[in-house]
Write a protein that binds this ligand. Structure first.
Ligand code: BJW
Length: 249
């Protein structure tokens, strides 16, 4: 691994009450075996988002959409958090003020023990009644019936944010507030093209945060990052957290 990112971090002046945020995307779970969306082997290479990840697609064919989510739930249920997820939990334990903002729906950050987190795009094992709006956890893999129904008789949908849908208000407001308050923001494994999540590093940077990106490839966030670490999150994030700890008084 190139060492120059360490020199970049030497400018950090952190203490235990610094506010640290982490924005993650699908790349953080890639080494757990969860497919990303974009790139060579990404889901959107094989599936069209408009056929599967929009409210219109669900209205047109709920069974088709549920088949796809049932398949993905099966993949995720068999995967474990990787060293990147655990490194983020270690980072949380260094700082008194910390928020993990994830776009991922796989629940692997929760399973790695991170406590202060917002899941901007929902949770794949969450289901929501389309009539009553009530949400619950459903860990059944595979689902016994597709599409699943609520006790009230209405359809259940994945508790996921599809294209064109608003993000949970509490989650995005908390993420924006934390981004603006950040002294340090890590941006890990996201292509940085889906809004409003992609605007959070901009908010952090404009408010004076030090932005550190971890990604094997350049993204639209790269030009604003103070330091970029090129590599796989599971390989480099544990070392980055050790370095951040060493720069924290
Ligand atoms: C590694 C790695 C390793 C690989 N280690 N890294 C402004 C401008 C233009 C468009 C819009 C805009 N504002 C809103 C829009 C529309 C739209 C949008 O952003 N479209 C763009 C695509 C153009 N946004 C929305 O519709 C959002 N809603 C909204 O804005 O509502 C407004 C509204 C207000 C009021 C009322 C009504 C509406 C909702 C967005 C929902 C996104 N949903 C999805 C799918 C559902 C979840 C699911 O089924 O799982 O969420 S899309 C998909 O993309 C998923 C992800 O969370 C999201 C982000 O992807 P991510 O995580 O970045 O993954 P990848 O695959 O793109 O990138 C992986 C990265 O990892 C790569 O960079 C790799 O290099 C890297 N990598 N291996 C480290 N080992």
């Amino acid at each position: 691994m190139p060492q120059d990112w360490r020199a970049g971090l030497a400018g950090l002046d952190l203490s235990r009450d610094s506010y640290v945020t982490v924005l993650t995307g699908a790349g953080v779970s890639a080494e757990s075996g969860v497919p990303t969306f974009r790139g060579e082997d990404g889901l959107w290479k094989t599936y069209r988002p408009e056929d599967l990840a929009t409210p219109q697609a669900f209205a047109a064919d709920p069974a088709l959409v549920w088949e796809w989510y049932d398949w993905r739930r099966g993949i995720i249920a068999g995967r474990e958090p990787n060293p990147a997820h655990y490194a983020i939990t270690d980072l949380e334990n260094i700082f008194e003020r910390f928020l993990l903002i994830t776009q991922n729906v796989d629940g692997l950050h929760r399973r790695a023990g991170t406590r202060n987190l917002v899941e901007l795009h929902g949770y794949i094992f969450g289901v929501r009644c389309v009539a009553e709006g009530t949400t619950m956890e459903n860990l059944e893999v595979p689902l016994a019936s597709i599409p699943p129904h609520c006790d009230c008789g209405a359809l259940l949908r994945p508790d996921i944010v599809w294209f064109g849908e608003a993000l949970p208000e509490g989650a995005i407001l908390k993420a924006m507030e934390a981004s603006r308050a950040s002294d340090l923001m890590l941006v890990v494994g996201t292509s940085g093209v889906v809004y409003p999540a992609a605007s959070l590093p901009v908010l952090a940077k404009e408010a004076g945060a030090f932005v550190l990106e971890i990604n094997p490839d350049p993204t639209p966030i790269t030009p604003l990052a103070d330091v970029t670490v090129r590599g796989k999150a599971g390989d480099v994030l544990p070392e980055v957290v050790v370095a951040i700890r060493s720069f924290t008084s």
